[in-house]
Design a protein around this ligand. Structure first.
Ligand code: SAH
Length: 238
């Protein structure tokens, strides 16, 4: 074996390869020749450590999924009996909740993403702990009698071009501003976690608490990069 091949072989056998040496054969078509998307491809094992076992993501989910390490942290913080994951997407959070909660109710307005979430949950061996519901969370929360121990909100931030300087959580979150969204969530539980851009206006975040409610804001890191914040509001300590 030539020396360079030998070095590469050794690195590969230890799971250490340079980006350019990583196999590209299974890159989704919409990513190829798109440098903006390729940076998510390079992070794929941070999004899902079991990526190579057949994880499925659509184009939007590559940049909206909560990275696995962060989702693990959030799941530890909201460990409880029944949790509602109101914006399930392709399952980044729901899969980790299934490890810390007895039951997960995972909702998304996009049936295609829910199918992928189900498939991805099966790869992690937790699909049977999650109930997948195809619905608009706002309508669901308005009409359900369900009471849960906690609700987790990871609403869309508005694409990849959201403000890194100052993010207004009342103007830019979808489908409604944060205060309204919290009102819907509180129909199901007083204990709510909300995943937000790190540039969120902190005054607005703190103002989401009801009088006398406990509030905590976590900084979420992926390695040394600060990726997001999660704010928690609760009436009792878990
Ligand atoms: N936490 C998820 C990613 C969520 S991205 C993960 O880690 O995989 C935001 C999701 O909200 C998208 O999947 C989008 O389809 C969904 N969504 C947008 N509006 C919604 C609504 N009104 N009700 C429920 N889901 C909605």
């Amino acid at each position: 074996m030539p020396k360079t091949d030998q070095v590469l072989h050794t690195l590969q056998s230890r799971g250490i390869t340079k980006k350019k040496d990583q196999p590209k054969s299974n890159i989704p078509k919409y990513m190829e020749n798109n440098p903006k998307m390729m940076r998510f491809w390079y992070k794929r094992y941070k999004l899902f450590s079991r990526y190579d076992q057949g994880i499925e993501l659509d184009a939007v989910s590559w940049y909206s999924v909560t990275p696995e390490g962060v989702a693990e942290e959030i799941a530890q913080r909201l460990a409880c009996d029944i949790v509602v994951d109101a914006f399930c997407g392709c399952g980044g959070n729901a899969i980790q909740f299934a490890k810390t909660c007895r039951r997960v109710i995972a909702i998304d307005i996009d049936a295609n993403k829910l199918e992928m979430a189900k498939h991805n949950a099966a790869i992690y061996g937790v699909a049977d702990k999650i109930e997948f519901i195809h619905a608009d969370f706002l309508q669901f929360a308005s009409s359900t009698r369900l009471r849960a121990d906690a609700v987790f909100l990871s609403p869309p931030w508005g694409g990849t071009n959201y403000s890194r300087e100052e993010y207004d959580i009342e103007k830019h979150l979808l489908p409604v501003g944060a205060t309204k969204m919290m009102q819907y969530a509180r129909r199901i539980s007083e204990n709510v976690g909300i995943y937000l851009p790190r540039s969120s206006i902190i005054k607005q975040v703190v103002a989401l608490a009801k009088e006398k409610q406990h509030r905590e804001v976590d900084m979420n890191f992926l390695g040394s990069s600060w990726v997001a914040i999660t704010a928690y509001f609760w009436d009792f300590k878990f």
